[in-house]
Design a protein around this ligand. Structure first.
Ligand SMILES: C[S@@+](CC[C@H](N)C(=O)[O-])C[C@H]1O[C@@H](n2cnc3c(N)ncnc32)[C@H](O)[C@@H]1O
Length: 429
């Protein structure tokens, strides 16, 4: 079905020989150069929520422009902050987004607003005032919350959050919610430039110094600036997407290995970037945010148990490349991690492709991490597995990592020794 797309004029000339199909040597590309119309990774509403290991939008746009058509349905089973959803909507495609992280349900309504009415900064600021004057308190359902704040900051945040929760459930309220998520991390002992939740000495000093100043005004100013910037980027977005009425369905807090999407929904393309083999734990990263948003310890424990690759399995995926790595690996924990990673990632991909049309493509963007010094060619393993399941190899691109920020403090231009990321494209026959 898509063979025309592959050979059509939109394909960049230097990539035309990418169908030497059987030759599995990656074609070196730069997605930033292939998609020069995106000049910043944080354009429009992309940066509203912080999220580690976000897709660079260039890769997503490249896949959408080259392998899908207007009104097609795209699925992303590891949607994270919803980059695929935003780029799909911009290009008039529909999307289904799944992620274990509940945060997706808070991100999408403001990142990809359905209502195209221009929002009014005056209304937003009036609502902010209401919050600043609120006196009741919201206490997160977490026994550990006091550990992360000096008492006076915690008390103020509890009031602001209670104020936000009293607002009508509209876009203004969600903008303020996203702002509170940001400031509740910034005005805490938690190192907010790191994905992992931890109290750093440097951050403790910073907060102790802040307490000696007019910290309350600083917090109010931060909230006003952040929410005003957010409303501006939303207005920009709604303005240019006024005529885009495609659907973006999102399901945060679900396990992609088992979640069943609606039976009748025909999917044209999968575009995703799965978790990394030894990635940070996303749910742990967002613990503080999720408790403030109102999730309970039980809910967070439940999703943490399902996170790839930190869940247990006795099932084994076997492919030539994966078996070779397994043979060489000596450390039992690492073998278990490897087994769990490939089992659940592959089951999630397969599950998401249940409704993929014949001839539909899967675009999977992933790096080759090292485990105990051994390079794990993840894309090759996926390709070997799916070849056995009736998928046809279409292309493999290698994009050298320039500025994709996986995790801020690791300064991960080159995470875990990875120099590149790969875009594997396979077709369902
Ligand atoms: C590399 S991130 C995706 C980032 C995303 N491409 C973006 O642009 O924001 C991988 C995602 O996989 C999710 N994940 C991990 N285990 C999962 C599971 N069992 N089911 C669904 N999502 C899962 C994590 O929560 C994380 O958001």
């Amino acid at each position: 079905m898509y063979s025309n797309l592959f050979s059509s004029t939109i394909v960049q000339p230097k990539l035309q020989n990418r169908y030497e199909g059987k030759n599995l040597t990656p074609h070196l590309v730069s997605f930033r150069e292939l998609v020069p119309e995106i000049t910043s990774t944080s354009y429009l509403t992309h940066p509203i929520y912080y999220y580690p290991a976000k897709f660079i939008p260039h890769v997503v746009k490249y896949c959408i422009d080259n392998y899908t058509r207007e009104n097609d349905w795209i699925i992303d089973p590891f949607a994270g902050s919803g980059t695929v959803g935003l780029e799909s909507n911009l290009a008039k495609r529909n999307a289904v987004l799944l992620d274990l992280n509940y945060l997706l349900n808070h991100i999408i309504p403001i990142k990809i607003p359905k209502d195209k009415t221009t929002l009014d900064i005056f209304v937003l600021n009036k609502k902010l005032k209401q919050i600043f004057n609120n006196d009741s308190q919201f206490t997160p359902n977490w026994s550990n919350i006091d550990y992360w704040y000096p008492p006076e900051m915690l008390e103020l945040l509890k009031k602001y959050w209670a104020g936000q929760k009293k607002l009508d459930n509209d876009l203004y309220s969600m903008i303020i919610q996203s702002t509170l998520v940001k400031v509740s991390k910034q005005f805490s002992y938690a190192e907010h430039k790191t994905p992992k939740l931890f109290k750093s000495k440097h951050k403790k000093e910073f907060i102790d110094n802040l307490l000696k100043k007019d910290w309350k005004s600083e917090l109010i100013n931060a909230m006003t600036t952040i929410s005003n910037n957010t409303i501006k980027s939303i207005n920009q977005y709604t303005n240019i997407t006024k005529n885009n009425n495609n659907e973006i369905l999102y399901f945060g807090g679900v396990d992609s290995a088992s979640y069943k999407i609606e039976k009748n929904l025909q999917i044209d393309c999968l575009i995703t970037s799965p978790p990394y083999l030894q990635a940070q734990e996303y749910i742990r990263t967002f613990k503080l945010d999720l408790y403030w948003l109102g999730y309970t310890e039980i809910q967070i424990k439940e999703i943490s148990k399902l996170e790839i690759p930190y869940r247990k399995t006795k099932e084994l995926i076997e492919t030539e490349t994966l078996n070779k790595i397994r043979e060489k690996l000596q450390i039992k924990n690492l073998i278990e991690l490897l087994n769990s990673y490939f089992y659940f990632t592959i089951v999630s991909l397969e599950n998401a492709m249940t409704n993929l049309k014949r001839g539909g493509l899967a675009c999977i963007f992933i790096g080759n991490p090292k485990v105990d010094g051994l390079e794990v060619e993840t894309w090759r393993i996926f390709n070997e597995y799916f070849a056995e399941k009736g998928f046809l190899f279409r292309a493999i691109y290698e994009d050298q990592i320039k500025t994709r920020q996986l995790f801020k403090t690791r300064n991960n231009k080159n995470p875990d020794g990875m120099k590149s990321e790969f875009l594997l494209i396979i077709e369902k026959l």
